[in-house]
Design a protein around this ligand. Structure first.
Ligand code: P53
Length: 491
């Protein structure tokens, strides 16, 4: 058999896209609570109020940048639909969702804790009701033998910290984050073993994700430095609290291929790939790589550091590499090269590959390439914590949802990762299907872009009763797990 006996098969979601209950149980507001819905090529918007009381909205571009005017605060506008408020209501449906996961035979479930549910304004006040909520979740998962895998921070922060501290631009936020982290590490130390500090650290940007109003490169990299220090300190703290903790980093891994064998295109691809390698170099190898320091020098970026920062980063590297994989991209120096249609980020069209309805290039072999690139460079255990296809699902007259396209996508990616394990010998510990129960799309805020093996009756106009329906992929994935990845055509 190719996969380890204890391979962690499962699914993944994030609080701001799945949980809802935004004003329930003592939770404080989170940045995503003021981000509207969008659509394909229609950006989401942050709604805010300026210091002199003017209400405005700013589109969130493909990299979540904003900018939100200085001194303005996030604001919930009347008669406006905010997808995170209810999301797909895991808050009230957790028992049902976990039962469905158990039926599929999940070995693990990756989820994030909402920081503002634990610390409502992000500071030193603890909301016991929030802690109790996650106790229920973890106990229920463990009852079924499902290992919780927790992302400490997934694309959001308590809105108070964005409003009053300019988010991660302030060094103080490191201590607020560590207080939150210590609280959950101590509380769940006998329930949760697998942790990840920051989701897709390499794409974190702007007011929604890191609370920074003006997202210029100087501010962005200063904020990222604080995030690196916070993450390294969290790794240290976690290992002190429970030496058995496995604490990982999490990167959005989109390999880039050179458009041609022209050396300039190859160099362009190397540069593109550094946008993620930089983050892995810091968190896995423990230092700022030379190419990044040179970039700072060229671009006149000065990172303020405290005396021990680099030592902490060096000493507290992560236990494993978690990553998301959805697509590959192409690098080119040709100004006329054709771009893909997608609204996530600008990428050149790969003539050999098809794209999804949202313009994301579908490339299963790219996953084997990714696993090899990462393993060659770092030789650390890897965990594919997000992979999946966002697609429109149709409920047939007989009530079935026949998502053969999703099965096809997942099957081909699982085959590619099987090759990486069997033929290349990479060290892979698990695989979780993104949005295993339908959730709100992060990039577009839509419900229409569904990833689930389970359908949730919730729609972009806010309607729907949140009922859950198994899709065709449900039984297919159940067989995959049961056979430990050997049976991929059984449904
Ligand atoms: P949606 C960029 C590229 C690839 C994945 O995305 C990305 C991003 C940044 O948005 O994000 C991850 O929902 C992210 C999830 C998100 C998922 O990809 O826009 O970790 O929160 O839902 C899929 O289709």
């Amino acid at each position: 058999m190719s996969f380890k006996e204890d391979f962690l098969w499962g699914g993944a979601t994030a609080a701001n896209q799945h949980e809802g209950g935004y004003n329930k149980g003592g939770r404080g507001l989170s940045t995503f609570d003021v981000v509207t819905g969008g659509g394909y090529k229609v950006p989401r918007k942050v709604t805010f109020k300026t210091a002199n009381g003017k209400i405005g909205a700013v589109p969130v571009d493909s990299t979540m940048t904003g900018p939100v005017p200085e001194n303005s605060t996030g604001y919930i506008k009347e008669n406006t639909y905010y997808p995170s408020h209810e999301a797909t209501d895991f808050y009230h449906h957790w028992k049902e969702d976990i039962a469905l996961m158990a039926k599929m035979g999940f070995k693990c479930f990756r989820m994030s804790i909402s920081w503002s549910r634990i610390c409502p304004n992000g500071m030193y006040e603890i909301n016991e009701e929030g802690l109790k909520f996650y106790d229920l979740i973890f106990d229920e998962l463990l009852k079924f033998g499902i290992e919780p895998v927790v992302t400490i921070n997934h694309f959001e922060m308590p809105m108070y910290l964005a409003d009053h501290y300019d988010g991660w631009l302030s060094r103080e936020v490191i201590d607020f984050f560590l207080f939150y982290t210590k609280t959950i590490f101590e509380r769940y130390k006998n329930k949760v073993k697998y942790w990840m500090t920051f989701n897709e650290i390499n794409v974190l940007s702007g007011w929604c994700q890191i609370g920074v109003h003006n997202n210029n490169p100087q501010n962005l990299y200063q904020a990222h430095h604080h995030i690196f220090v916070a993450s390294a300190k969290a790794v240290k703290l976690g290992h002190q609290i429970n030496p058995n903790f496995k604490i990982g980093m999490m990167v959005s891994y989109t390999p880039s291929y050179p458009m041609t064998c022209k050396p300039e295109d190859v160099m362009e691809a190397i540069k593109f790939n550094r946008q993620k390698e930089f983050y892995m170099d810091v968190q896995v190898r423990g230092y700022y790589p030379e190419y990044q320091l040179k970039k700072f020098e060229r671009e006149n970026i000065h990172i303020k550091m405290e005396k021990d920062d680099l030592k902490i980063i060096e000493n507290e590297t992560v236990d494993y590499i978690g990553f998301s994989y959805y697509m590959s991209t192409v690098s080119s120096t040709d100004p006329n090269a054709k771009k893909t249609e997608g609204n996530q980020f600008i990428a050149y069209k790969n003539p050999y590959l098809k794209t999804s309805n949202w313009g994301w290039t579908v490339d299963p072999l790219g996953l084997r390439i990714a696993l090899n690139q990462i393993y060659d460079r770092y030789h650390k255990p890897m965990f594919i914590v997000e992979n999946g296809l966002g697609a429109k699902d149709v409920i047939e007259k007989d009530g079935t949802i026949n998502d053969d396209y999703r099965i096809e996508y997942l099957k081909n990616h699982i085959k590619a990762m099987k090759d990486a394990v069997e033929l290349d010998g990479v060290d892979l510990i698990g695989y979780t299907v993104w949005g295993c129960i339908d959730i709100v799309s992060a990039g577009t805020g839509e419900m229409k872009k569904r990833y689930g093996l389970v359908y949730v009756n919730k729609h972009d106009d806010g309607s729907g009763d949140f009922s859950r329906i198994k899709k065709k992929s449900f039984n297919w994935y159940k067989n995959v797990i049961q056979s430990n990845g050997e049976s991929l055509d059984n449904y």
